[in-house]
Design a protein around this ligand. Structure first.
Ligand code: CP
Ligand code: NVA
Length: 301
């Protein structure tokens, strides 16, 4: 079976530890598994971090990244998703895609002879979560038993973050506005994945109390722009601010996948303040991507 990377929840705790160990290892220790090989990077949506971190990770693994915009490929308009996957497997050792619909990834994975990697879909953002896990491990030390709080939309980033936090044995706390919460099935899955505990509340100040890592994300994800104004109204009170950071653990870190909108999901004094680790987190995208791609190619620490 080909090892795809579509969702954090498809992995076990030992897989996550292995990817984070590979991400932390010297580049040469990974053995350049892509030497002489290609990696297709297909983007239906814009990107700064994911494109650059993946391109550099592929180069560090000895390979050659080929970037293509989704509109050039034309999933299901120019040709069926499955035909794209079957062609790409003849050129590349890995196919990675950022897509509007998660089903585009599962359809590619169903027919692809080479690993398919999710570079963000409407459902999840596993490469981001791996960088988040790496950053928490670097900043908090042993993360099992520590508390991660997420404030905002239970979106692609939140889902993958909650899943990796659960697999790492953390306490997971969510503060989401009405209509933007994790449903019961999601919460049960987090328990099954191994979370030390799960709590969801609607008062961010209560949810972040005592947390070791406080995360948030944009209120308006790519693809949600038509609802932007309505969302901004519904998310009032969910801005991560100094008052919230003051009730978190005294050495708590603030995290955001970026891009960030200062004054909306987070105040400028928090994201630009001493507790913020957003640039370390962003830089970790490259190390996490290198570990993840090496892992799907069969490299183990
Ligand atoms: N965090 C993240 O995925 O950023 P980009 O959209 O810039 O890739
Ligand atoms: N939730 C955001 C993350 C961007 C990196 C989005 O999907 O647009």
């Amino acid at each position: 079976m080909t090892d795809h990377l579509l969702d954090i929840a498809d992995l076990g705790g030992a897989d996550i530890e292995a990817i984070l160990d590979l991400a932390s290892a010297p580049i040469d220790a990974l053995g350049h598994p892509l030497a002489g090989l290609g990696a297709a990077l297909i983007f239906e949506k814009p990107s700064a971090r994911t494109r650059h971190s993946m391109e550099m990770a592929i180069v560090q693994l000895g390979g050659h990244p080929v970037f293509t915009k989704g509109e050039e490929i034309g999933f299901d308009t120019r040709e069926p998703v499955e035909d794209v996957a079957r062609i790409m497997e003849g050129f590349h050792a890995v196919v990675a895609a950022r897509v509007y619909e998660h089903s585009t990834l599962t359809r590619m994975a169903a027919v692809s002879a080479v690993p398919v990697v999710n570079m963000l879909s409407d459902h999840s953002h596993p490469l981001q979560a791996l960088a988040d896990g790496l950053t928490m491990r670097q900043r908090l030390g042993a993360v099992a038993g520590k508390t991660v709080a997420y404030v905002g939309d239970y979106n692609n980033v939140a889902r993958s973050l909650a899943e990796i936090s659960a697999l790492l044995g953390m306490h997971v706390r969510l503060a989401c506005p009405i209509g933007f919460e994790a449903d019961d099935t999601e919460l049960e899955r987090l328990t099954l994945l191994g979370a030390a505990s799960i709590e969801q509340g609607s008062r961010p100040i209560d949810v972040v109390a005592g947390a070791h890592a406080v995360h948030t994300d944009t209120w308006v994800s790519m693809g949600d722009e038509v609802d932007a104004e309505q969302r901004r109204q519904k998310f009032e009170g969910f801005t991560v601010n100094e008052e919230m950071m003051n009730v978190a653990a005294s050495d708590a870190i603030f995290m955001h996948c970026l891009p960030a909108y200062r004054g909306l999901e987070v105040t400028a004094d928090v994201i630009d303040g001493p507790q913020s680790v957003v640039f370390q987190q962003g830089h970790n995208r490259m190390h996490a991507a290198r570990g993840a791609v090496a892992f799907v190619l069969g490299v183990r620490p």
